[in-house]
Write a protein that binds this ligand. Structure first.
Ligand code: SF4
Length: 472
């Protein structure tokens, strides 16, 4: 984004503070443009004015240009399942944040028999992993043309499209690609890939069917010159594939090409290569060896490029040892470092507790909360869990930083009316908050029991400490 301050954006806005955008003032809206939670197109009066007045239209276009991300954003698919890739602003996550998580696409091919195809599609669609309060899912399909038969490819693409997930159409033969596009262009698939051999036909199709296109070349000069040609012809939605080589010097070279592309785009301000980058961990299946070796390398390659600039990926393996680490890594890399991941503070009833059951307290840092909650739930422990608003910080940090205090615990006890739900006044605090024991007792009038350092040990701790000796 070329503009850095809300004031620069504010000058382009109507400045009427009408509130239609959901913000009280145009300045507040401008600040949200800078943090990328809204775009200029979310200001209705601005858009309406641009529709009527050519001068206002020019001004809006200027603002869109100034607020466009450093790396172009490309959308694959339509509707609620559509995947946005690219749109990044910085080389390093800690400088701001990364915005659009790497798109994960899984290959199916048109020489598969129908039953195997359906089973594989079902696995992709139904994959779901609960992690830190979120369900992690897979994004879509890469439908490969292995038959060389346009009719068969079109049939299979149509079938895969019925699953409603975004698609990458993988076919180098223009005839096969066009057959598929005739069927599903309105689903906005990503074409893969235009090369030095077929780019003219692919350019024609990208323009005719208005779909995004991947350009593929190992030589970065060739890749750039293809990107310039496509852009000048009017294609905006471009993805660059600098060719993933799976092992040894090849893998090292791939890494260097990817870094060079992104650095040139962001640090070097070269708009000709400022596009999302395609990585194909599936290339690991070209390595000699058994399936475990290939899938191992697939996970390694994916991990390298989730961390460094892979915006969209094509995978083969759906094995847990590949999907689980890569999807978790993706979640962590694309979590906004400016806002800690947090849950709603308040009171949670665990396993249908009664008035005799213990009252625990933890913080609203999502990772802490879900760990404690899952240890209690899976341990079959009945209890009441108070969740303190520590601004998304964990126990140790919030005790040290003053977000976990005796007075806040008192407020939470009052707000949640926990005293009306239990017939005792014992509060179990985390072992890492032990130093607050006296202060909480003084402030709340509750007796404080210091629980274990690790919520995984609560079950054993309760066996020895609950009900409390004095209470019995
Ligand atoms: S809708 Fe536009 S004019 Fe109205 S407050 Fe928001 S930014 Fe300002």
């Amino acid at each position: 984004m070329k503009v850095k301050s809300p004031l620069e954006v504010y000058n382009y806005l109507p400045r009427t503070n009408c509130g239609e955008c959901g913000f009280d003032t145009c300045m507040s809206f401008a600040a949200h443009i800078i943090d990328r939670s809204v775009t200029p197109l979310d200001c209705k009066p601005l858009v309406e004015e641009a529709e009527k007045d050519p001068k206002a239209k020019k001004k809006l276009e200027e603002l869109l240009e100034l607020t466009a991300p450093e790396i172009a954003e490309v959308v694959i698919g339509v509707g609620e399942n559509a995947v946005k890739i690219g749109g990044e602003e910085v080389l390093h996550r800690h400088e701001l944040t990364f915005f659009n998580p790497t798109g994960f696409f899984y290959d199916v091919w048109d020489t598969m028999d129908d039953k195997t195809l359906e089973e594989r599609c079902d696995r992709v669609v139904s994959y779901k992993k609960f992690y830190v309060g979120n369900f992690l899912t897979l994004d879509g399909f890469a439908v490969r043309c292995t038959s060389g038969d346009p009719k068969r490819y079109r049939e299979v693409v149509k079938k895969v499209a019925s699953y409603g997930k975004p698609m990458i159409l993988v076919a180098l033969d223009p005839e096969c690609m066009e057959a598929a596009l005739e069927e599903v262009a309105d689903q906005r698939p990503l074409m893969y890939a235009a090369t030095e051999g077929n780019w003219k036909e692919f350019l024609k199709m990208a323009l005719e069917y208005k779909v995004p296109v991947t350009l593929r070349a190992k030589d970065l000069d060739v890749l750039k010159s293809m990107a310039v040609t496509f852009k000048q012809a009017g294609v905006k939605d471009i993805v660059l594939d600098p060719v993933t080589e799976p092992l040894g010097e090849g893998l090292k070279g791939t890494f260097e090409r990817v870094i060079q592309l992104r650095r040139t785009a962001i640090a070097g301000q070269d708009k000709d290569v400022a596009y999302p980058i395609m990585i194909t961990p599936i290339a690991a299946w070209l390595i000699e060896g058994d399936e475990v070796t290939k899938s191992y390398w697939e996970a390694v390659i994916a991990s390298m490029f989730i961390v460094k600039y892979g915006d969209v990926m094509i995978f083969r393996s759906l094995d847990q040892h590949v999907v689980m680490p890569t999807i978790t890594l993706r979640f962590n890399i694309y979590t906004d470092p400016r806002t800690p991941v947090q849950v709603e503070p308040g009171l949670r009833a665990i396993n249908d507790p009664g008035p005799d059951d213990p009252v625990f307290i933890t913080t609203n840092f999502a990772l802490t909360y879900y760990t404690v909650e899952s240890d209690l739930t899976s341990g079959g422990i009945k209890g009441w869990l108070l969740v303190l608003n520590t601004e998304g910080l964990g126990v140790e940090v919030s005790v040290a930083g003053g977000q976990f205090t005796a007075s806040k615990v008192k407020e939470l006890i009052e707000e949640t009316k926990i005293e009306e739900k239990v017939n005792h006044k014992y509060l179990v605090i985390p072992g890492l908050a032990a130093r607050l024991q006296g202060a909480i007792e003084d402030e709340t009038g509750w007796k404080v029991l210091v629980g274990p350092m690790d919520s995984g040990r609560i079950k054993g701790w309760l066996e020895k400490n609950w009900p409390p000796k004095e209470k019995e």
